[in-house]
Design a protein around this ligand. Structure first.
Ligand code: PBG
Length: 341
């Protein structure tokens, strides 16, 4: 055989590491943490094995466990003690995220990122206060079923709320603010609010391309944030669209986003790599609850090796171009590194 090119030469054990193009570090990961103001004990999340909602009193202990694995950043989600149509507990000074943030930032070195959205705080579960969308005005024939007024999220009223929430998180000590509601103009509104109140140094990680995905199912149980009616199609992106993601992201860049996030991760790696080519900002990807749950379910059946598929998933996300990965596997994979890179 006269084979000049034998790529297998570089796949031998002793050289693989030298030529490896991608590696994972615990410092790449952000671990989601659920803080629950409705309970004083830890509650396992059934659809997300290994994760639990912790009461405010246990938030510091939970974050210390994360830090132990080498992961340095957490993303806080809150479950408030009560909900109302406007989601007013989202910006309360003594709200669940505000209180947890104060404790975590004063008692640990964790880098605290807070999710800024209203869906866990509104009683209808949508990402902002509602308004009627009158189809008749759009020229739909009188009497047709499409003429029924439907409810949608009031974009501009939501922006005012997001400004207040972001400022209340920063006042509590949040290191980074992560708006996830897909409202038009949300990054500008939050940047203005933070700057006005003297938080120019607090970066914004925008969930810039967030799709209306069925992979969020388990999270909605975890955070108690499922919409009471309808879906989030009128604000989250259509899974069919890739060019629209570029447009969304460009708008967030113009409004001052510091980090750009794609969500979900694995079914949207084309979007991650597209952003990587187009923008110089750090790119984050959210390996969401459904991506976590499906690997767990298959491994429970003995069909997949959980450690291996978890690590391979995160490696793929990084290879596609993500710098930061928000993942429920953060602690598990961090524990496997560095010997398994
Ligand atoms: C809501 C929010 C969602 C997730 C994070 N923030 C769910 C949604 O839009 O319904 C999902 C995360 C996951 O599935 O892990 N603002």
């Amino acid at each position: 055989m006269d084979l000049t090119h034998r790529p297998r030469r570089l796949r031998q054990d002793r050289v693989r590491g030298l030529v490896s193009e991608t590696s994972l570090e615990p410092a790449d990961f952000i671990a989601p943490v659920f803080v629950d103001a409705t309970t004083d004990e830890r509650r396992p999340i059934e659809t997300m094995p290994g994760h639990e909602r912790v009461p405010i009193d246990e938030a510091v202990a939970r974050v210390e466990d994360v830090l132990e694995t080498g992961v340095e950043a957490v993303m806080l989600f809150g479950i408030p003690e009560s909900k109302d149509p406007e989601g007013t507990r989202a910006w309360a000074e003594d709200g669940v995220v505000q209180e947890a943030t104060r404790r975590i930032t004063s008692e640990t070195d964790a880098y605290v990122i807070t999710d800024v959205c209203l869906c866990e705080y509104t009683d209808h579960g949508h990402c902002g206060p509602l308004e009627e969308e009158l189809r008749a005005e759009d020229g739909v024939a009188e009497g047709s079923p499409a003429c029924e007024p439907t409810l949608t999220v009031d974009n501009d009223a939501t922006l005012e709320a997001l400004d207040r929430i972001a400022v209340s998180h920063a006042e509590a000590g949040a290191d980074m603010i992560a708006p996830s509601g897909m409202m038009d103009g949300m990054v500008a509104a939050i940047r203005e609010g933070l700057d006005r109140e003297g938080f120019e140094h607090v970066p914004i990680m925008s969930y810039a391309a967030k799709y209306e995905s069925a992979f969020y199912g388990p999270f909605r149980d975890a955070a108690d944030g499922a919409p009471a009616f309808g879906n989030r199609r009128h604000y989250q992106m259509d899974p069919a669209n890739a060019r629209e993601a570029m447009r969304e992201v460009r708008l967030d860049v113009e409004q001052g986003a510091d980090v750009l996030m794609v969500k979900p991760a694995l079914p949207y790696l084309d979007i991650v790599s597209g952003l990587r080519r187009e923008f110089d900002h750090p790119i984050a990807a959210y390996n969401v609850s459904g991506e976590y749950a499906m690997l767990h379910a298959a491994s429970e059946k003995g069909w997949l090796d959980l450690e291996d598929v978890a690590r391979e998933s995160l490696l793929s996300i990084k290879r596609a171009g993500a710098d930061l990965i928000l993942t429920y596997f953060a602690e598990d994979v961090a524990r496997q590194l560095p010997d398994r890179n």
